[in-house]
Unconditional design. Structure first.
Length: 96
Protein backbone atom coordinates (compact mmCIF):
# COMPACT_ATOMS: atom_id res chain seq x y z
CA UNK A 1 0.00 0.00 0.00
CA UNK A 2 1.43 3.36 -1.00
CA UNK A 3 0.90 6.32 1.27
CA UNK A 4 1.88 9.94 0.72
CA UNK A 5 2.86 13.13 2.49
CA UNK A 6 3.61 16.72 1.46
CA UNK A 7 7.09 17.89 0.51
CA UNK A 8 8.28 20.50 3.03
CA UNK A 9 10.12 22.38 0.24
CA UNK A 10 7.55 22.64 -2.58
CA UNK A 11 4.32 21.28 -1.03
CA UNK A 12 3.83 18.52 -3.62
CA UNK A 13 2.39 15.12 -2.69
CA UNK A 14 5.23 12.62 -2.29
CA UNK A 15 4.31 8.95 -2.67
CA UNK A 16 5.89 6.66 -0.06
CA UNK A 17 6.10 2.97 -0.91
CA UNK A 18 6.97 1.86 2.65
CA UNK A 19 10.66 1.44 1.80
CA UNK A 20 13.46 3.29 3.58
CA UNK A 21 13.63 6.33 5.83
CA UNK A 22 14.11 8.89 3.05
CA UNK A 23 12.55 9.50 -0.34
CA UNK A 24 13.05 11.91 -3.22
CA UNK A 25 10.45 14.51 -4.18
CA UNK A 26 9.52 13.86 -7.83
CA UNK A 27 8.91 17.59 -8.42
CA UNK A 28 11.77 19.55 -6.79
CA UNK A 29 14.25 16.65 -6.46
CA UNK A 30 14.87 17.19 -2.73
CA UNK A 31 15.86 14.26 -0.55
CA UNK A 32 13.15 14.25 2.13
CA UNK A 33 13.13 12.27 5.40
CA UNK A 34 9.95 10.23 5.74
CA UNK A 35 7.77 11.18 8.72
CA UNK A 36 8.68 8.95 11.66
CA UNK A 37 5.18 7.56 12.16
CA UNK A 38 4.99 6.43 8.51
CA UNK A 39 8.43 4.79 8.66
CA UNK A 40 7.59 3.11 11.99
CA UNK A 41 4.29 1.79 10.63
CA UNK A 42 6.05 0.34 7.58
CA UNK A 43 8.65 -1.35 9.81
CA UNK A 44 5.92 -2.77 12.05
CA UNK A 45 4.09 -4.25 9.04
CA UNK A 46 7.26 -5.95 7.83
CA UNK A 47 7.91 -7.34 11.31
CA UNK A 48 4.34 -8.67 11.61
CA UNK A 49 4.66 -10.51 8.30
CA UNK A 50 7.92 -12.11 9.47
CA UNK A 51 6.32 -13.11 12.78
CA UNK A 52 3.46 -14.87 10.94
CA UNK A 53 5.94 -16.71 8.72
CA UNK A 54 7.99 -17.93 11.67
CA UNK A 55 4.84 -18.86 13.62
CA UNK A 56 3.67 -21.07 10.76
CA UNK A 57 7.09 -22.70 10.49
CA UNK A 58 7.10 -23.27 14.27
CA UNK A 59 3.63 -24.85 14.22
CA UNK A 60 4.66 -27.12 11.37
CA UNK A 61 7.87 -28.38 12.99
CA UNK A 62 6.56 -28.62 16.55
CA UNK A 63 3.03 -29.95 16.03
CA UNK A 64 2.40 -31.26 12.52
CA UNK A 65 5.68 -32.98 11.61
CA UNK A 66 6.05 -35.00 14.84
CA UNK A 67 2.43 -36.14 14.56
CA UNK A 68 3.00 -37.26 10.98
CA UNK A 69 6.12 -39.17 11.92
CA UNK A 70 4.39 -41.04 14.74
CA UNK A 71 1.56 -42.10 12.42
CA UNK A 72 4.07 -43.59 10.02
CA UNK A 73 4.52 -40.73 7.63
CA UNK A 74 1.55 -41.65 5.47
CA UNK A 75 -0.47 -39.09 3.55
CA UNK A 76 -3.45 -39.81 5.76
CA UNK A 77 -1.34 -39.20 8.85
CA UNK A 78 -0.27 -35.84 7.44
CA UNK A 79 -3.84 -34.83 6.61
CA UNK A 80 -5.04 -36.04 9.99
CA UNK A 81 -2.36 -33.99 11.71
CA UNK A 82 -3.32 -30.86 9.79
CA UNK A 83 -7.01 -31.34 10.58
CA UNK A 84 -6.17 -31.97 14.24
CA UNK A 85 -4.12 -28.78 14.53
CA UNK A 86 -6.73 -26.69 12.70
CA UNK A 87 -9.52 -28.01 14.92
CA UNK A 88 -7.42 -27.34 18.03
CA UNK A 89 -6.68 -23.77 16.95
CA UNK A 90 -10.29 -23.17 15.94
CA UNK A 91 -11.73 -24.45 19.22
CA UNK A 92 -9.17 -22.50 21.24
CA UNK A 93 -9.72 -19.12 19.60
CA UNK A 94 -13.30 -19.26 18.37
CA UNK A 95 -15.30 -20.65 21.28
CA UNK A 96 -18.67 -19.06 21.91
Amino acid sequence: MTSSFNCPNCGAQIPYSNEGNTTRCPFCGSEIPVPAEMANEASAKKLRSKVWTWAIIFIFFVFILPTCLTVGGSAFGFLGAIVSVIVSIFTTFFRH
